[in-house]
Design a protein around this ligand. Structure first.
Ligand SMILES: [Mn+2]
Length: 511
């Protein structure tokens, strides 16, 4: 199973005094945060409880997802615990992700990274925010930058979770202080773009951890065959076309670690007259490939035929980096061009990688991984529209950041559930939903007609279809799989239905 699913590990200690009946969301919260150390046992327990509440109602405010004023107060109090930082939450989540990921027997893993901004401009009492305006926009919005690294399987629709995320406020006036010329002279560690290298480092460390774990497994007598050592690819967009990042990736190429970004700069080549794109354009076509593109930005999913060319090139050290920063290593990189011929404003991608591309099949692989990058765009959309992180009313950044970290993990769960419905529709819905949620969903969908609700086998495919219908998805032929947005809208409705089911429905006094 290749999903970010709520597998319960038997080795986990049983719940420390857990509330009423033991349900899936609560169990999953325990698996995720059962080992947190916040300095006192009450806070540790509260952490598990709070996360379970959030899983039950993604995107709801704290008063809405807690059951009483006292519970809400306890939630806020937890957010004030100094030990509870976003870094700590992400670190714990990462451990869980790396423990769960090998269960899917993946081949290639993608550590997809990207930045999004969260607008808190109307939250006037919130201090410590930074500007999130791009250079083109005059007015200054304040908010946070979020740079996420999402771990996915390359050949399946699987999201394992986050390797980490950096939540930061841009230093006020930074862009104005530095003219482009002087900014180029700064070492990357002083620049905001260091986040791309930090994310690459997360991918590198994750690969090391997975390799160590796999070796340990292979050494155990029970393991008949040694597990394959995975390949990890750090994937980014045009912004990640950074010389320092390419250098970093080049150093780890032999260790099963690769980098794939969109080429943004028409770079100078070492010892050559022609520039990178020129040389690529002049190379002979390697053939055509057909690629399936998922639905995105209002466009339906479609298949495209792309003509392919690729070259290997030695990228020279950018002049200002040689001059001011004394950098001197060229980068051996592959660049692949994929072009939709004969279509006005058709696709033209130039993908830059530290991995070898020598065949059409290898070029196709790059194209596929690049298409997978869209998952992070979907993820960030879920975070904002589904988990509604921008609507969180917090009086301080110290509260907002751990809250956002928790929302980010809930968003992974939403994505994982929709992926599970697509990839393994026959797997049990109870991996994702509480028994009462399944019962309520069934009773609502079948107008209360199911005779034996206790032994209700519902698969995740059916469950997600029904939840999406609650969220307004018509489910006609050609509507395709429901997106994550319609899914969380359905989940909100399911939440209310389940609450009603708990109170009046399950007594079965009708009929
Ligand atoms: Mn981006």
């Amino acid at each position: 199973m290749a999903i970010f699913r709520r597998v319960i590990t038997p080795s986990l200690p049983l719940a420390p005094a857990f509330p009423d009946n033991f349900q899936t969301n609560a169990q999953w919260a325990l698996e995720e945060f059962g080992s947190i150390e916040l300095g006192d046992r009450r806070s540790n327990r509260r952490m598990v409880k709070v996360f379970g509440q959030m899983l039950n109602s993604p995107g709801k405010s704290i008063p809405q997802c807690t059951s009483s004023a006292a519970e809400a107060k306890a939630f806020y109090r937890l957010l004030d615990v100094e030990e509870l930082t976003d870094e700590r939450i992400f670190a714990l989540h990462r451990q869980n992700v790396l423990r769960r990921a090998p269960e899917s027997r993946f081949g290639v893993l993608l550590a997809i990274q990207d930045t999004t901004t969260c607008n808190y401009d109307t939250h006037h009492s919130l201090e410590g925010l930074g500007s999130i305006s791009s250079n083109q926009i005059k007015s200054d919005f304040s908010g946070l930058h979020v740079h996420s690294t999402l771990l996915c399987a390359a050949d399946q629709d699987a999201v394992f979770g986050l390797l980490g995320a950096k939540l930061y406020a841009r230093e006020p006036g930074l862009r104005k202080k530095q003219t482009p010329g002087t900014r180029n002279r700064e070492p990357i560690k002083n620049k905001e773009s260091i986040r791309w290298i930090e994310s690459f480092d997360l991918a590198r460390e994750a690969l090391q951890t997975l390799q160590v774990n796999l070796l340990a497994r292979a050494a155990a007598p029970a393991a008949q065959q040694p597990a394959a050592v995975p390949l990890m690819i750090s994937v980014g967009d045009r912004e990640a076309d950074i010389y320092e990042l390419l250098i970093e990736a080049q150093q780890h190429r032999e260790q099963g670690l690769g980098l794939l970004v969109c080429s943004q700069h028409n770079r100078t080549l070492a010892g050559e007259e022609a520039l990178l794109w020129q040389q690529l354009g002049e190379s002979k076509s390697a053939g055509v490939i057909t690629l399936k593109l998922p639905r995105s930005q209002g466009k339906a999913a479609r298949s495209v035929v792309l003509s392919v060319r690729f070259i290997t090139a030695a990228i020279a050290v950018p002049k200002h980096k040689a001059k001011y920063l004394k950098m001197d290593t060229p980068v051996q990189a592959s660049i692949v061009e994929l072009r939709e011929e004969g279509v006005a404003a058709g696709i033209c991608w130039r993908l830059l990688s530290t991995l070898r591309v020598e065949t059409l099949a290898e070029a196709l692989e790059m194209a596929r991984w690049h298409v997978k990058r869209w998952q992070i765009e979907e993820y960030h959309r879920i975070l904002k529209t589904g988990c509604r992180v921008e609507a969180r009313q917090m009086r301080s950044l110290e509260r907002l950041k751990p809250m956002m970290a928790l929302d980010m993990i809930v968003a992974c769960s939403l994505m994982g559930m929709s992926a599970a419905a697509r990839e393994h529709p026959a797997s049990p819905a109870s991996d994702w939903l509480d028994p009462e949620e399944i019962q309520a969903l069934d009773a609502y969908t079948n107008k209360g007609a199911t005779p034996d609700l206790q032994a209700l086998p519902m698969n995740i495919g059916t469950a997600v279809k029904n939840i999406a219908r609650l969220g307004g998805h018509l489910g006609r032929k050609g509507d395709g799989h429901p997106g994550a947005q319609v899914l969380w809208q359905g989940l909100h409705k399911l939440n209310a239905i389940t609450e009603a089911w708990r109170r009046f429905g399950s007594r079965k006094s009708y009929g």
